[in-house]
Design a binder for this molecule. Structure first.
Ligand code: HAS
Length: 562
């Protein structure tokens, strides 16, 4: 490993990340890991409370903690890490940012940070215990929604910086194929722009006026529909940067080449087309939406599974080609050639493995009849912990192991690699116990979004604490292991950022396999893809939305049950 790190560190691939851009990326990454620290602290306490192992002091409510946990990890950690990674990768592959792009980048960072602090303060003041999905009719302080608005505006500024960077490069490099990192970044940001219109609309037009007392009632179905219009592509906004690392960085880390550039780009185009008009699969059990529109969006949901299957194929093929190029023989000899002791590969790889059952779980969720069994149970919580909490986060950890040294001009040492391996194993074991138990408990009927309760000692609820594996105690123990893994991660991050030896570390950008076919030019026709995406969105949403507005029920007054 030491040798590998040395060779890797000596490679001098130019241009590396411009120091001014590296500073911006690191600013994002510090907040991301600050959120990991606080968010997992909230998580372990809430797991122990739900398992009936400890009680909270009266000054803290379970739902306040749950809101902090969800917001910090699902929204703050992911978004800040993604922007840090994308800015760094764009600077590495498409040259340093211009001063305008850098100003936009810092502007986005500042607005995003102010929005985060405002919303988080409201949670701390127990004025926003509405959970990360902020479902109406629960009502938070208006400042919480203002914070959320700033959060979204911040991402738009950051996104504008990335897009401006891309268009400037295109202008300066007419006729050239955009580097894969840049192409994928544009796909991710376009997806985010189109999707975040939904959350902006519901927050600005519904939640803010309602929380300010300007209107008495809120149309709940409309608010949830606009939320899920945004909420499902949000999960791909988390996933796509992880896929960027799988397609662009992992081939270089394992010493191979990407199987196909075209297939990788096609997967991202398909995400742009199909990931938005599918929000109804989160609302399959809700009244007020006709079966036809739910059916249509379920069909489109099955279409958005295809790019993940393409990714599984592509990455698998990359692994096999790499192993064979290194002399592997037999059907599975190539598996032995993968760098199992390098956490920069091992952590994302464990994320890939998690995604096999996680994706299967997603397909179960999306099937109408099965959704009736799992909806609003702990199964769904298990699902999102092995998707975003494992596939995405383990990949982000894998990225952090090399990205922080790149940005800070330091070395990823053999000692840090050992700790990173341990961190990955702990995270994997903790998540296996916690999410495994959540899935099974969900099938046994345990609901999500509830604090500790035995429902007046009902035998079914008592059984949720007594199972050997399917128990809320197993869940809590898994949470404790995850907490230890998280603290170890924080230690590694601090070490890599401030104490690791000074060195030049290369940003891993893989090459494409020599015999891969040329990439069709039409893949970069963004106008075409956005046009089709908008047409699909209009098709899937126009009539149901008109129906919800025209036949709106009286709406609901606010509820603050805490
Ligand atoms: Fe989901 C609920 C359906 C993917 C996150 N999802 C959620 C929620 C979250 C979430 C946060 O249809 C809860 C929201 C809430 O609070 O209410 N989900 C899907 C489907 C997919 C899917 C069809 N979800 C994700 C991803 C997430 C995520 C990704 C985060 C990053 N989800 C649902 C539905 C619900 C839902 C319903 C609502 C449930 C309800 O009732 O409330 C698909 O995208 C999954 C496709 C994936 C695959 C797997 C491909 C495998 C790969 C790994 C390859 C491995 C390799 C290694 C290469 C088909 C790519 C192999 C090498 C060796 C050597 C072995």
């Amino acid at each position: 490993m030491k040798q590998l790190a040395e060779v890797y560190n000596q490679q001098s691939i130019r241009p590396e990340v411009d120091p001014r851009d590296a500073k911006l990326s690191m600013a994002y990454i510090y907040i991301a890991f600050g959120a990991l620290f606080l968010g997992t602290m909230a998580g372990v306490v809430q797991g122990l409370v739900r398992g009936g192992l400890i009680e909270l002091p009266y000054s803290i409510s379970y739902y306040q903690l749950l809101t902090a946990h969800g917001v910090l990890l699902a929204l703050v950690l992911t978004t800040f890490f993604i922007f840090g990674f994308l800015h760094a990768g764009m600077s590495r592959t498409m040259g340093a940012m211009s001063s305008l792009e850098r100003r936009l980048g810092w502007g986005g960072y500042a607005v995003l940070t102010v929005g985060t602090l405002l919303s988080f303060t409201m949670i701390l003041l127990n004025d926003a215990s509405v959970l990360y999905t902020f479902y109406a009719p629960l009502q938070a302080s208006p400042f919480y929604y203002i914070g959320l608005t700033l959060f979204v505006v911040g991402t738009w500024l950051g996104g504008a910086s990335l897009l401006t960077h891309y268009f400037r490069w295109k202008k300066q490099n007419r006729g050239k194929l955009t580097p894969l990192f840049g192409f994928m970044t544009v796909g991710t940001i376009l997806l985010w722009f189109v999707a975040s219109i939904g959350v902006a609309a519901t927050v600005l037009l519904q939640f803010l006026p309602w929380s300010l007392g300007l209107v008495d009632n809120i149309n709940i179905l409309l608010s949830r529909t606009l939320f899920w219009y945004f909420g499902h592509p949000l999960v791909y906004f988390w996933l796509l940067p992880a896929y960027i690392a799988w397609y662009v960085c992992i081939p270089q880390i394992i010493g191979g080449k990407l199987f196909s550039d075209s297939l990788a780009r096609l997967a991202f185009i398909l995400f742009l087309l199909f990931s938005i008009p599918v929000g109804f699969h989160h609302q399959l059990m809700e009244a007020g939406i006709s079966e036809f529109w739910k059916y249509l969006q379920v069909v489109l949901t099955f279409a958005v599974i295809v790019p993940s299957l393409l990714t599984a194929f592509s990455i698998f093929a990359t692994f096999e080609l790499t192993g064979r190029a290194k002399g592997a023989t037999g059907a599975f000899g190539w598996v032995k050639k993968l760098p199992w002791k390098d956490a920069r590969f091992f952590a994302p790889f464990m994320g890939m493995l998690f995604f096999i059952p996680a994706g299967t779980g997603g397909i179960i969720n999306a099937s109408n009849q099965l959704n009736a069994v799992v909806h609003n149970t702990l199964w769904v919580v298990g699902h999102f912990h092995i998707t975003v909490g494992s596939t995405v986060i383990l990949t982000f950890f894998g990225i952090a192991y090399w990205l922080i040294p790149v940005l800070r001009g330091r070395q990823y040492t053999a000692r840090m690699n050992k700790l990173a391996m341990l961190q990955t194993i702990l995270w994997t074991v903790g998540m296996f116990f916690m999410s495994g138990a959540m899935h099974l408990l969900g099938l046994l009927g345990a609901p999500r979004r509830t604090a500790y309760t035995t429902y007046q000692d009902h035998p079914t609820a008592i059984a949720w604490f007594e199972g050997i594996f399917a128990s809320q105690i197993t869940m809590a123990l898994g949470g404790v292991i995850l907490f230890v893994a998280s603290m170890l991660m924080i230690y590694i991050v601090i070490n890599l950022a401030f104490f690791a030896p000074k060195a030049h570390t290369a940003f891993p950008i893989g090459e494409i396999a020599d015999d891969a076919r040329a990439t069709p030019r039409i893949f970069e026709n963004w106008k075409l893809w956005i046009g089709i995406a908008i047409a699909l969105i209009l098709f899937a949403y126009t009539i149901p939305l008109i129906d919800m507005i025209q036949h709106a029920p009286p709406g609901s007054p606010p509820f603050r049950p805490w």
